[in-house]
Design a protein around this ligand. Structure first.
Ligand SMILES: Cc1ncc(COP(=O)(O)O)c(C=O)c1O
Length: 390
């Protein structure tokens, strides 16, 4: 993996262990992105009008094949937040309708439902999944016990942000389908970490990021919609694609209403196939296997240091490249993230979740075992410092 580090522009002075928040894009993918940007500057009308649909079509086709689905049900969006908003704003929630979710979701997405609570009287049912995690079967039951006759939508992350756990979305999708309840999966962390098969998963709505673990340039995400729901979707921003007089030769209504929302540069979308090709060329299955092993090792060492149990409980080992370990609430967790960066240039999130604190390392192809060893060493120093001051 040492060779891979030279393919990234990351500051060599920084130990970067936070790919989960904002990932880095490798050189060949960034060069492809910049080529697209130069094409725009060379002949803007050719790029943004005449050839625009052709480039979208090619980029969508590659992504659809990677996600194992039909390009007609897929649309590029700038990010997962946008994708969740599209669905949240398209469903006609009535006062008292319920949104079923968990206490492990991403804060910006929690805000979307809180906003709709205020605006439309949506009731948010947040199921509490404890840490350490119970068994998968118990997680499914905890979530499903929140279903009522008012449940309009289930919203779950496939891999959660604050806690870096995998929720049992496959099983919940199946139950939701049987019960006729809509489900929206937040796959922000999934492409590039999991082998996705969206047709097999069968979620009504699925949004994901290409700019995280797939390492596409920032501003590349997607929204996938089952064909029976295509007419239900509204644009977030109404533009040329809406209505009878759409001047573009789009493949579907979905793409017409969502892929053009005023002038922006779709270069991040057009270079997403280069990100897929990069991971294939560099055997990313193997890279992920090595990362996962390194991540397992560092989580275990942090747990030894703190004396706290693994948060994964009965799902031990269910992480891939992003994971979390608890940090004691009385060991100054609120200063740990800035201390790590200011003193040792280690970029890693320390997250306040409920009344717990979690340290959340990401391990990507550019990381080395040395990075993780240094993290464990300086966490030991921090522990010594806070404990000697008692
Ligand atoms: C689970 C989850 N959902 C959604 C998002 C939002 O991603 P973006 O900022 O790319 O929209 C994130 C970002 O980290 C996330 O972790």
């Amino acid at each position: 993996m040492n060779k891979l580090k030279s393919l990234f522009f990351l500051d060599p002075e920084v130990i970067f262990l936070n790919h989960g928040s904002f990932g880095a894009t490798p050189r060949p993918v960034l060069e492809n992105y910049q080529d697209w940007q130069r094409r725009l500057e060379k002949q803007p009308v050719l790029y943004l009008v005449r050839e625009n649909q052709e480039h979208f079509r090619a980029a969508r086709k590659e992504l659809a094949s990677y996600l194992n689905t039909d390009p007609d049900n897929l649309v590029y969006v700038p990010n997962a937040t946008f994708g969740v908003n599209v669905i949240a704003r398209s469903l006609d929630f009535q006062p008292g309708d319920e949104l079923l979710t968990t206490n492990h979701e991403y804060g910006a997405c929690d805000n979307i439902w809180a906003f709709l609570s205020q605006k439309k009287g949506l009731k948010v049912i947040q199921r509490q999944i404890p840490l350490p995690l119970p068994s998968k079967e118990e997680m499914i039951e905890i979530i499903w016990e929140g279903v009522s006759e008012r449940t309009r939508l289930i919203f779950l992350s496939q891999i959660t942000s604050p806690t870096a756990i995998r929720l049992p979305v496959e099983e919940i999708c199946q139950r939701a389908r049987e019960a006729g309840i809509l489900i929206l999966v937040d796959g922000a962390h999934a492409p590039g970490q999991l082998d996705l098969d969206l047709d097999d998963l069968g979620a009504d709505f699925y949004t994901g990021n290409c700019h995280k673990w797939l390492m596409a340039p920032k501003g590349s995400g997607f929204l996938h919609i089952q064909p029976e729901h295509l007419d239900l979707v509204d644009p977030l921003v109404v533009s040329w694609g809406w209505g009878e007089n759409c001047p573009y030769d789009n493949d579907s209504r979905l793409q017409a209403i969502l892929e053009w929302w005023g002038t922006t540069d779709p270069a991040a979308y057009f270079s997403t196939p280069a990100a897929i090709a990069f991971q294939q060329e560099y055997d990313w299955d193997q890279v992920r296997t090595v990362c996962r092993k390194m991540l397992g090792g560092v989580l275990r060492k942090i747990e030894e240091l703190t004396g706290l149990p693994s948060i994964y409980g009965e799902n031990e080992g269910s992480f891939i490249q992003i994971g979390a370990a608890e940090w004691p609430a009385d060991w100054k967790p609120e200063s740990l993230q800035s201390w790590l960066y200011d003193t040792h240039k280690i970029e890693i999130p320390v997250i306040h979740w409920g009344d717990r604190w979690l340290i959340r390392p990401s391990v990507q192809g550019y990381n080395r075992q040395l990075d993780l060893d240094l993290l464990v060493k300086v966490l030991g120093e921090y522990k010594k410092n806070v404990r000697s001051k008692r």
